[in-house]
Design a protein around this ligand. Sequence first.
Ligand code: 5GP
Ligand code: MG
Length: 177
Amino acid sequence: MKTILTEEAIHAGVRRLATQIIDDFRGERLAVMGVMTGSVVFLADLIRQLDFPLRVGVVWASSYRGSTTVRGELSVNTAMMPNVSGEHVLLIDDIFDTGHTLAHLLQEIQKCGAASVRSAVLLRKQGRREVTIVPDYVAFEIPDEFVVGYGLDYQDYYRHLPYLAALEPDDLAKWQP
Ligand code: 5GP
Ligand code: MG
């Protein structure tokens, strides 16, 4: 595995992003919705930097199945999401890759009657976008590699790593839990 972002670099990036969000949203009623499970660590760190009243909830989305690092069919579950009708929503995800997940979720949240919906991601992969929308807040641009750590997984492993690393073809070939 090759380290892409150290723990210190990530924390500096999250603080930078929090400062922008605080500047943009202060005085508004904000509902932060984390996309499970990949955003769990980013969500936890980010919300603790936001020093104004806010609601926090989660929404479920998944596009990977089995042992592959290739996207499968997107499945989304908003049933656990709090009622965000009339609220300003900030959707939080780990990574913007093709953008299908975020585009779909933004639509779902709009359908719930949110006053506005914006999005923040920790990472954006370069040269992969397949949708028209772009995230409103991005902490880091990364090259097109499969990354793990800081919430991002391979078969639900590696989420707990405090840093971000690329899984190289070699790692995948000899991978075992
Ligand atoms: P998108 O719909 O933008 O193509 O994909 C977004 C979702 O795919 C993310 O929420 C994330 O769960 C997953 N994903 C995309 N790229 C990577 C990656 O490099 N590593 C991991 N672990 N997950 C990824
Ligand atoms: Mg995800």
